[in-house]
Design a protein around this ligand. Sequence first.
Ligand code: RP5
Length: 161
Amino acid sequence: MAKIAIVMGSTSDWPTMQNAAVMLKQFGVEFEAQVVSAHRTPNLLVEFAEQAEQNGFCAIIAGAGGAAHLPGMIAAHTHLPVFGCPVKSKALNGLDSLLSIVQMPKGVAVGTLAIGEAGAANAGLLAAQVVALQDPAVREAIIAFRKAQTDTVLANGKLEL
Ligand code: RP5
């Protein structure tokens, strides 16, 4: 089965990025998570991105905060789909992370998710949807998850005082 890579700029991003991992695990999608920093380990970034496909990954989830160059730089070194997760920064609440990730130049694509935990979880969901294109078990798991979510909302949607 194709694996998903989850990379992040720092161990401090893991509480956010583990939401992507939880989502992938829920759908039975294999993943590996590791720290790869655009600024602190630039050579590792290039090595990781260039070897990602031959290492069995079919998509990459990349999360970073502040001057969040990781997703864009990874996308620059691979043709695999890259999903960028803006991690909430202390100084600017993640707006800096979002703008750093989303404003890619034409010709190098990063699919940018929302700031914080919801974005990371949705990156996991999107990556699972990529895997589901080739994997019927993952496809069924995603369809069941979406149905259960809808049923829960419909069952609890009536509000009273
Ligand atoms: C970024 O700087 C990381 O992605 C992290 O969000 C932020 C802060 O990193 P630490 O100083 O907590 O290691 O590169």
